[in-house]
Design a protein around this ligand. Structure first.
Ligand code: PEP
Ligand code: MG
Length: 314
């Protein structure tokens, strides 16, 4: 890469009318964090902590986790780490978590539902997250939240972990939820007072909105995140968050450069993508003339389907 291209990769992503959009990376390993830093990521918008838990016979200890989270932060040069609590379930079983078989694992015990039921898993992870939050800016993000009660429960566990640490609240600690259940998107106003950010997980949000299992090739064509039904939900989140908290997108849609102007027009102010997509998404933000393009939003939301939305996006 030329020096000029590299300098571009590291400068912020600002629209032509001056709206800044944070561009972060999704991480599933320590090498991912290095790649994110090399590509100009401004934060880790999603750390899929599952990588620490899969393929072993017992959960990682708090100490092991601290070491790995620290390595991620170091590789990222001290940028903010958004640590998502363990997001496994019936489709991704762990040998050390007792789980009865389920007919519909995607509608069963997964994400925050599972870890609230397996408190030790959650408490050990929150202790590790809190320990690292005293050293580097950390956001904790809860997956698959569908009710405000679940968030209250999870926040309570987090407060307890902070209390146990005995050092007060870590200064840079932020708390947010993944919005990947349609009910959570529609209730965003009820969640907003209790979070610092929302991060829309368009992969699961799409699966649940169009009722098409992700990864099932027979229904793959239905699972398009540009389905106007999904876009209506993203708009609902952005409206509820306005003036209160940040809205990020960390699902695959965030890396679709054609969709960048629409997401920004809806009010999204952080995009988190695979490390290799960071530079291109920053570039897509810089090409936006007007961040608040109400006409683009109106046309996309009234389109008949994803194909029409794509045609509008050009
Ligand atoms: C999502 O659902 O969009 C998401 C980012 O989470 P994951 O792909 O890990 O389920
Ligand atoms: Mg998800």
């Amino acid at each position: 890469k030329t020096a000029l291209a590299r300098a571009g990769a590291f400068s912020p992503a600002v629209t032509r009318d001056g709206v800044e959009v944070l561009v972060g990376a999704n991480l599933g390993s320590v090498p991912d964090a290095r790649a994110a830093a090399d590509n100009g990521a401004e934060l880790a918008g999603l750390v899929r902590t599952e990588f620490l838990y899969l393929g072993r016979h017992q959960p990682p200890t708090t100490e092991e986790q601290i070491e790995v989270y620290r390595s991620l932060a170091e590789a990222l040069g001290g940028e903010r780490l958004t640590l998502r609590t363990l997001d496994v379930g019936g489709d991704k079983p762990l040998p050390y978590v007792p789980q009865p078989p389920e007919a519909n694992p995607f509608l069963g015990m997964r994400g925050i539902r599972l870890t609230l039921a397996q408190r030790d898993l959650l408490d050990d992870q929150l202790r590790a997250i809190v320990a690292v939050a005293y050293e580097t800016p950390v956001s904790v993000m809860f997956p698959m939240v569908s009710t405000v009660d679940e968030l209250a429960d999870a926040r309570h566990r987090l407060d307890r972990a902070i209390q146990l640490a005995g050092r007060g609240r870590p200064a840079g600690l932020q708390v947010g939820i993944m919005v990947e259940v349609p009910a959570a998107a529609l209730k965003a106003a009820a969640f907003a007072p209790h979070v610092d950010f929302f991060s829309v997980g368009t992969n699961d949000l799409t699966q649940y909105t169009v009722a098409a299992e992700r990864g099932n090739p027979s229904v793959a064509s239905l699972g398009d995140p540009l389905d106007p039904g999904v876009l209506h939900l993203i708009r609902a989140v952005c409206r509820a968050a306005e003036g209160r908290c940040l809205v990020a997108v960390c699902g695959e849609l965030a890396a679709d450069e054609a969709a960048t102007p629409l997401l920004v027009a809806l009010g999204v102010r952080e995009l988190s993508v695979a490390p290799s997509s960071v530079a291109a998404v920053k570039q897509a933000v810089r090409q936006i003339d007007r961040a608040a393009d109400a006409d683009l939003v109106r046309r996309a939301l009234t389109a008949a389907g994803p194909r029409d939305v794509r045609a509008i996006l050009g």
